[in-house]
Design a protein around this ligand. Structure first.
Ligand code: NAD
Ligand code: TYD
Length: 349
């Protein structure tokens, strides 16, 4: 029986982790600490909100006193830290928000863990990170756990910084940490600003699909529930002080992925083949756009026995179905000028 803090549990990946843990560990207390930014939404958790072992606390990881008070109240054994500003385009528009949440917020959590964890046996601080810290690949090669850090966007620079702080607290203070760096996730509950949910929403509303540059950038896509399963495994069985890369062996050029998504959406919406592809609009490239990310997930597979279970086409179909059957969720999160304040810079260029 453990007390587990999950930060950012109302967000995209966090909500799947909270659901998995609440259902799988009825004897543990799962506390979701989240300040409900634009990306956090309690509608993501309505199916488990009344479970006895689940507690939601609204709060900001940048508020050091609130974080200490939370640790004092619940006496956590373990922390699974997902709270973050997570979108590259927003980090280009407003880097400082990423410094606050991703760097200062993470150090606040590390300080609290260091203060309250005196004995350490059962304790574990798990930082969820991204493969973007490794920079950009050319046509060949994969990111391994040994790839040198080379972050190139304000988002990845802030995540690289937080990764370094987590490792520094391990080496300097002996804090029992573990880290994972994962590739691009997709699935239900993702705020419609990232590629897949943005394009699903735009297709539904017959709005243009803004493809950055020539659409030739490559991402390695993983279904979010496969990521949540990896997080559960690494929390329980990962080696203290180690890092695990997580990815789906599933590289797609953006334009090929978009064409597949268009085909699936036409089919599901009963529209003539080619309708959604007609919405594709090439726009000016993202500043500093990383060409290619791809993960070698050999370590988590061979050491911990994890492997992805959902094929890309199956996962995309499930994701499309989720957005189509959650029209009210989509309407609520996209009401008003939901992308205006940071997307304007792209539209104006
Ligand atoms: P998200 O943007 O969907 O959710 C982030 C959550 O954190 C939201 O619920 C938000 O309210 C909360 N949050 C933000 N700032 C906070 C603060 N100051 N205090 C408390 N809560 C705060 O993000 P996501 O896509 O679910 O990503 C979760 C984590 O996984 C992040 O650390 C991200 O870097 C990492 N990651 C994401 C991906 C991906 O493809 N989405 C891939 C690899 C790693
Ligand atoms: P995104 O979902 O923002 O994830 P990340 O930048 O963290 O990989 O973008 C995925 C890819 O899709 C990336 O190469 C940028 C591209 N993209 C577009 O072409 N148009 C868009 O409107 C968005 C949001 C992304």
């Amino acid at each position: 029986m453990k007390n587990i803090l999950i930060t950012g549990g109302a967000g995209f990946i966090g909500s799947h982790v909270v659901r998995l843990f609440v259902n799988k560990y009825p004897e543990s207390t799962i506390v979701n600490f989240d300040n409900l930014t634009y990306a956090g939404n309690l509608l993501n958790l309505t199916d488990i909100e009344n479970k006895k072992n689940y507690h939601f606390v609204k709060g900001d990881i940048v508020d050091g006193e609130a974080v200490f008070a939370l640790f004092e109240k619940y006496g956590f054994d373990q922390v699974v830290h997902l709270a973050a500003e997570s979108h590259v385009d927003r980090s280009i528009a407003n880097p400082m928000a990423f410094v606050h949440t991703n760097v200062i917020g993470t150090v606040n959590l590390l300080n609290a863990a260091k203060h309250f964890w005196k004995h350490g046996n059962n304790n574990r601080f798990y930082h969820i990170s991204t493969d973007e810290v490794y920079g950009s690949l050319g046509e060949e090669g994969l990111f391994t756990e040994e790839t040198p850090y080379d972050p190139r966007s304000p988002y990845s620079a802030s995540k690289a910084s937080s990764d370094h702080f987590v490792r520094a607290y391990h080496h300097t203070f002996g804090l029992p940490v573990v880290l994972s760096n994962c590739s691009n996730n997709y699935g239900a509950n993702q705020f419609p600003e990232k590629l897949i949910p943005l394009f699903i929403n735009n297709i539904i509303h017959k709005k243009p699909l803004p493809v950055y540059g020539k659409g030739e950038n490559v991402r390695d896509w993983l279904y979010v529930i496969d990521h949540a399963e990896a997080i559960d495994l690494i929390l329980r069985k990962g080696t203290t002080g180690e890092t695990y890369n997580i990815g789906g062996h599933n590289e797609w050029k953006n334009i090929d992925l978009i064409r597949l998504l268009c085909t699936i959406m036409d089919e599901k919406l009963g529209r003539a083949p080619g309708t959604s592809e007609g919405l594709i609009t090439y726009v000016k490239d993202r500043a500093g756009h990383d060409l290619r990310y791809a993960i070698d997930a050999g370590k988590v597979e061979s050491e911990l026995g994890w492997k992805p279970t959902v094929t890309f086409e199956e996962g995309l179909r499930k994701t499309a179905d989720w957005y189509l059957s959650n029209a009210e969720w989509l309407r609520q999160v996209t009401s008003g000028d939901y992308l205006q304040y940071y997307r304007k810079q792209y539209e104006e260029r």
